[in-house]
Design a protein around this ligand. Sequence first.
Ligand code: SF4
Ligand code: SF4
Length: 215
Amino acid sequence: MRSGVMSTGEDARIFPDVEACIDCGGCVVACKRTWDVPRDEQRISVATMMEGQEAAQGLNANSARALKEGKKPGETSIPMQCYHCENAPCVSVCPTDSLIKKDDGFVDVRDSLCVGCQYCLSACPFGAPQFPESDDGSAQIVGNGNVMDKCTMCEERQSETGKGPACAEECSTDAILVGSADQIADELERRDADVFFNDVAMDIIFGEDAEVFGG
Ligand code: SF4
Ligand code: SF4
């Protein structure tokens, strides 16, 4: 297991170390290859902000700390996927209960219930829901008629093989952390890295466990 994957299975969380991401796209490729994700769809994407800009002197590019200090962070790359939020906005807005937060922590899409209305896409702050092209003609009255797809956190792979999520295991810089909230917070502290998301986003992702990040 890579050092970014600290534990798997029930209650494991997935979270980016933005300061370690080098925007290589390895996570995107790993996910697509593992799950045969269609070309026009991504279960994870790397969002780049302030492209080409240098960070303030003395700070690494991708520095979350720079933002907190009111300094220029420079080009910042963030692996964005479903973080299987504790207080998932997608679950609360889904009118058909297609989306559920399961007892073991995974946020699941129940395909047979999804009507493709795309409310979850509007609600998700991280751009996780995807609506792949489909021509089966289902539910054309609402949305675009397609069934939502998103990152599963490789739930099947975790439960069947004990392996970590493919994106995290393939990341050459261990920029995708997998483990309990405590393990992730400890690892970020060990690396002297900071979280990029603000307190509101951290509450959405981790709920009460966000406290361990000292927000
Ligand atoms: S990241 Fe988006 S899709 Fe995933 S649980 Fe959170 S709100 Fe829902
Ligand atoms: S956890 Fe699995 S499904 Fe989710 S982005 Fe990573 S590789 Fe894709």
